[in-house]
Write a protein that binds this ligand. Structure first.
Ligand SMILES: NC(=O)C1=CN([C@@H]2O[C@H](COP(=O)(O)OP(=O)(O)OC[C@H]3O[C@@H](n4cnc5c(N)ncnc54)[C@H](OP(=O)(O)O)[C@@H]3O)[C@@H](O)[C@H]2O)C=CC1
Ligand SMILES: Nc1nc2c(c(=O)[nH]1)N=C([C@H](O)[C@@H](O)CO)CN2
Length: 235
């Protein structure tokens, strides 16, 4: 029996695309969602185990881990995809923004990796942890300061967990720049953002799906961050 891949935040966008790709390949999955959407029903009907989880509190993380352990003893991989992209703003307390960013991008992967490592180490073959980080780790962000700092911390977790879990578990990160816009993004924002990379396109979730699969299939990459940014670093 193939061990399942855990994908956090798979109710939409990149997480949902990767969940669908796994199911298409016959790879069992366990996904988390915070907000119910019909896509979750569809994943369930296609065989996915869908667990509600809100990682905003440590109790929420621990409740999820308990639910996960009641569904499986082993994991083929953990994809830490769940994320909030919160900007600093006049009407938000900076402490609340920083706490929320560190909770979802650092505490959640940290707690799940440590408490679920044995589920990865059970497997006969090498298993994986993949953190979804962000290009902004390299350059910072004037409008998403806490977000960028939390993704930088997640990048460092990649190094530490790679050291801790080798050679049974590979630990890597994917650092995207623009992959897909959000529905409310203005035309002006879209045009400005597309100019920020050499490729100048909105590639869509499939490029992230392909990158995740590449890391899962490669037995010799660990402790690394794969950039997925259309050459943004050269603009
Ligand atoms: N899209 C892009 O262009 C880029 C994406 N990335 C990174 O790639 C990853 C995927 O991006 P994208 O698909 O846009 O992500 P989303 O913004 O769609 O977020 C993914 C999911 O995270 C879940 N989530 C957020 N907060 C919590 C929480 N407290 N508890 C549980 N789940 C939570 C949401 O669940 P729900 O909807 O169910 O509430 C959401 O569906 C992210 O880590 C992102 O930072 C990086 C750079 C660019
Ligand atoms: N959780 C999310 N993180 C990020 C998103 C997103 O939609 N959800 N989007 C971006 C942008 O696409 C950025 O890379 C380009 O403006 C960054 N992170």
């Amino acid at each position: 029996m193939t061990a399942p891949i855990l994908i956090t935040g798979a109710g939409q966008r990149i997480g949902l695309a990767f969940a669908r790709a796994c199911l298409d390949r016959g790879q069992p999955i366990i996904v988390t969602y915070r907000t119910y959407r019909p896509a979750i029903d569809a994943l369930q009907k296609a065989g996915a185990v869908c667990l509600h989880a809100d990682f905003a509190t440590n109790a929420g993380i621990d409740d999820f881990i308990q639910a996960l352990k009641s569904r499986t003893d082993t994991l083929r991989a953990i994809i830490h995809n769940a994320s909030d992209w919160i900007p600093e703003s006049e009407d938000s307390d900076p402490a609340d923004v920083m706490n929320a960013m560190m909770q979802i991008h650092v505490m959640t992967p940290y707690r799940i990796n440590l408490t679920c490592r044995s589920m990865l180490e059970q497997e006969g073959s090498t298993t994986d942890i993949i953190h979804m980080t962000d290009y902004v780790v390299e350059k910072g962000s004037a409008k998403h300061i806490a977000y960028a700092a939390s993704k930088a911390a997640l990048t460092n977790l990649t190094l530490s967990f790679a050291r801790l879990l080798a050679p049974r578990v590979k630990v890597n990160a994917v650092a995207p720049s623009l992959i897909m816009f959000n529905q409310g993004d203005s035309q002006a924002y879209r045009e400005k953002t597309l100019k920020k990379s050499l490729m100048g396109i909105e590639p869509g979730a499939e490029v992230a799906v392909a990158t995740l699969q590449f890391l899962l299939d490669n037995p010799y990459i660990t402790g690394r961050t794969l950039p997925l940014d259309g050459g943004r670093h050269l603009v």
